[in-house]
Design a protein around this ligand. Structure first.
Ligand SMILES: NC(=O)c1ccc[n+]([C@@H]2O[C@H](COP(=O)([O-])OP(=O)(O)OC[C@H]3O[C@@H](n4cnc5c(N)ncnc54)[C@H](OP(=O)(O)O)[C@@H]3O)[C@@H](O)[C@H]2O)c1
Length: 201
């Protein structure tokens, strides 16, 4: 039987790093720590090596389509696919950040929603039979859903929402945030929250 493989995005620190540590201890197969920055990735690798753990490394910046397709091709070639994918990479502006809300919306949605979707687009076809994909969302996503207008909530909660419609709604949030009209359009003041509502949906 071929070697099983698990891939964790954004795993040079934080929750992703802890997931890699846990998989190294419990998963029977190769575990890939991935990082957008090779230096930060190597430092994380050394830290786990000092604990006696042996993950493997691959560069992966989910905001870079070329990086996604290069990684996908690597796992297809070396393992014939992927057994476990953990879409953990994510960003959040600090509460005190003074960047305009429209900028925060664009930047946050780009990584947490659109780039994670790019990962799914390119990796779902590689997931092996019996494999697993985990998208690390947040309780903030469901809290934010409850703060959306009834019209938006109805669409997000509907059984028949399509991926295209969801993408359109996420784009609409970014546009309205940039023009300062997101509240009138039914959205609350949280870019992180909307990004996680979208990811969960
Ligand atoms: N912490 C919480 O309380 C909490 C609660 C609920 C959900 N979450 C979710 O859990 C996940 C991890 O959170 P965390 O607290 O561990 O955050 P963190 O410590 O800030 O780590 C985030 C990781 O994602 C990476 N990353 C960011 N943008 C990336 C990109 N474009 N491509 C690849 N990697 C990228 C970061 O890399 P760099 O080091 O290069 O920046 C870092 O490795 C996120 O999705 C977050 O929304 C966190």
């Amino acid at each position: 039987m071929s070697t099983k493989v698990a891939v964790v995005t954004g795993s040079n620190k934080g929750i992703g790093f802890a997931i890699v540590r846990g998989l190294c201890k419990q998963f029977h197969g190769d575990v890939y720590l991935t990082s957008r920055d090779v230096g930060r990735g190597q430092a994380a690798m050394e830290s786990l090596a000092s604990e006696g753990l042996k993950p493997l490394f691959h560069q992966l910046d989910i905001n870079d389509l070329n990086s996604i397709t290069t990684a996908a091709a690597f796992f297809k070639e070396k393992y014939g696919g992927v057994d476990i994918l953990i879409n953990n990479a994510g960003i959040a502006f600090k509460v005190a950040d003074t960047a305009p809300f429209g900028t925060q919306a664009e930047v946050t949605l780009k990584t947490n929603f659109f780039a994670t979707r790019d990962m799914l687009t390119h990796f779902m076809p590689l997931i092996k039979a019996g494999g697993r994909v985990v998208n690390v969302s947040s309780f903030v996503g469901s809290r934010t859903l409850n703060q959306c207008s009834p019209e938006l909530q109805q669409r997000f909660r509907s059984e028949d929402i399509t991926e295209d419609e969801l993408v359109g709604l996420m784009q609409r949030f970014v546009e309205k945030a940039k023009s300062g009209e997101h509240n009138q359009d039914g959205w609350p003041d949280t870019a992180y929250g909307v990004s996680k509502t979208g990811l969960t949906v």
